[in-house]
Design a binder for this molecule. Structure first.
Ligand code: PEP
Ligand code: MG
Length: 564
């Protein structure tokens, strides 16, 4: 278990490189000492005596074996990088301070924290060693919060599980953890305070349970469960090449949600029929001031299209904002409380339209990539006719720019995400304007119920089965199919929110008429198993009965009939 401040890097140094990392720590201590020594003579004559004493205390702490020797111990024993070792040791020291009776001494904890901060600053830019990502131990990261951008950095696989105090099940942090196929529990409130360095924990991601210091019986129980679930996964692999056809012969499209181009490998391994959602904002994260330009984006999109070997690929334009700020923005907004409701703020298409030059770069890159495979461009969080018109106008401009610079581009279908109730209420406009629609249920639930999806204090109210949500979803599917009567063709409709990857909801969605589901690759085969066992003709009236229920008792009865 590791509890950590997440603004520092966490990685294992390569075996044999421990002493070099200890030297890095030593150099940082020397740098901080020089910094403190330089401060002392600069103090004004009339500076309060405490100030000088405070510098002396910091100097003494720097020499304290608790900071020097013990931190080096983490590096030597565990191969933690210096920053990680320091934060781990800070936690140990912090605890011993918390347990002190003397309030004066207890308050000295702040001095230790400040010295560690200084050391972390000194380490910054001193170039960590090459990252060795292997460890014999199963490490779990317990933190107050992990941003989606930080979670992306863990893709290389240092940690075997994650726990955060804050966050909801469909927060982007949880979504990325799910895409890593690693157990995670979010919204565990006090976990980072209560769990200690080196505690044993069981993370039951399915049950949303965290067990600290389990008894041998519980440990054994979970070992067995883990084995059973690996066996079940192995068995599911046999379905990889089985067509996703229901008992009554309905073909169902099972697509993959991806965050980075390399995720195409897992999409293909899971037998995905294509990519239903590429969340391109992840290309823009962890990039500070160096955002990807047109060439880099073009290469990323082309890579996805080529990797998917002719299968359809849906690429969503960036959905920056809310719980996915750009690094540049996070810096800028630190301590700035003007964005009190970021989920309702400058996000997704609103963000793109606020910076049309940046948006056109993405559109040009997409249009160019379209020469390499069947591409659908998906626009997030539309609610206003003005946004639809501006988007199409910018697409025209992007095409014109490519033509005038002699660059070739391919045909694209353009689709809208249905994520805001307003979009469902004016669906005819969306169906008229777009080639396809994709329901983002994560946000549709959030905006319909006015529940922040990233806020654990209201997580219990975040309910994908809320009758209002099901009404909106049902209407979207039905009206998209019915467009055939006035548009001359049905409008392709899929669901790409987390509901699509939940096998317990597959029958309901099939019954509502859904035939296209997009989800994390790890979930595709479980959903396929449900599809293979389903009979849409039987499910349709049962799903309709669910829509007619507005109270929990009736709804539960109707849902039970679907799975009977
Ligand atoms: C959604 O809102 O359901 C969705 C798929 O988009 P995101 O989770 O990235 O907001
Ligand atoms: Mg969304």
């Amino acid at each position: 278990m590791s509890s950590a401040r997440l603004d520092v890097a966490h990685y294992f140094v390569d075996p044999g490189q421990e002493e070099q990392e200890v030297d890095r720590l030593r150099a940082a201590r020397q740098a901080v000492r020089a910094e403190l020594d330089a401060l002392q003579p600069e103090l004004p004559q009339d500076a309060p005596a405490e100030l000088s004493a405070f510098i002396d205390v910091h100097n003494m702490l720097l020499d304290d074996p608790q900071i020097g020797r013990e931190t080096a111990g983490w590096i030597r024993r565990r191969r933690y990088n210096a920053e990680w070792a320091l934060t781990a040791q800070l936690e140990v020291i912090g605890r011993s301070f918390d347990e002190m009776d003397d309030s004066y001494l207890r308050e000295r904890k702040a001095d230790v924290e400040q010295v560690v901060e200084r050391l972390l600053r000194a380490l910054r830019g001193t170039g960590g060693l090459a990252r060795g990502m292997s460890s014999d131990e199963d490490l779990v990261l317990v933190a107050h919060d992990i941003s989606p951008a930080d979670m992306m950095q863990f893709k290389q696989g240092v940690f075997r599980g994650f726990v955060t105090d804050v966050g909801g099940k469909t927060s982007h942090t949880a979504i990325v953890a799910r895409s890593l196929d690693i157990p995670a529990v979010v919204g565990a409130r006090e976990a980072s305070r209560l769990i200690r360095q080196d505690d044993w924990v069981i993370i039951d991601g399915d049950g949303g349970l965290l067990i600290v210091d389990p008894s041998p019986i519980i440990l054994e129980d979970y070992r067995v469960r883990k084995q059973e679930s690996s066996l079940a996964r192995e068995r599911l692999k046999r379905l990889k090449n089985t067509p996703a056809r229901t008992l009554d012969g309905q073909m169902v499209e099972l697509l993959a949600n991806i965050e980075l181009p390399d995720d195409c490998d897992s999409a293909l391994q899971s037998g995905a029929a294509g990519v239903g959602l590429f969340r391109t904002e992840f290309l823009f994260m962890n990039r500070a001031h160096d955002l990807p330009g047109e060439e880099e984006q073009f290469e990323a999109y082309r890579h996805v299209l080529q990797s998917m070997q002719g299968r359809p690929v849906t690429i969503r334009t960036i959905d920056i904002g809310a719980d996915k700020p750009l690094d540049t923005e996070a810096d800028h907004r630190d301590g700035d409380f003007t964005h009190l409701n970021p989920a309702l703020g400058l996000r997704a298409i609103r963000y793109s339209l606020s910076d049309p030059a940046m948006f056109r770069v993405q559109l040009r890159a997409l249009l160019r990539a379209a020469s390499f495979g069947p591409l659908r461009i998906l626009i997030p969080m539309l609610a206003h006719v003005g946004e639809i018109r501006q988007t199409f106008a910018l697409l025209d401009t992007a095409r014109a720019e490519l033509t005038s610079s002699g660059q070739s581009y391919g045909p694209v279908e353009v689709g809208a995400m249905i994520e805001v109730p307003a979009a469902v209420l004016m669906l005819p406009l969306f169906l008229k304007s777009f080639d396809f629609v994709s329901v983002g249920t994560n946000d549709l639930v959030q905006y319909t119920l006015a529940i922040d999806r990233a806020d654990e204090s209201v997580a219990a109210l975040y309910d994908p089965l809320h009758p209002a949500v099901l009404q909106l979803l049902g209407q979207t599917i039905t009206q998209s199919h019915a467009a055939e009567s006035w548009k001359g063709r049905a409008v392709h409709v899929s669901v790409c929110g987390e509901m699509a990857g939940d096998p317990s909801l597959t029958r309901l969605l099939l019954g509502l008429g859904l035939r296209s589901f997009s989800m994390h690759p790890a979930q595709i085969l479980s959903v396929k198993q449900e599809v293979l066992r389903a009979d849409c003709a039987r499910l349709a009236p049962l799903a309709k009965a669910v829509l007619a229920e507005f109270e929990p008792e009736g709804q539960q009865r109707a849902l039970a009939a679907l799975t009977a």
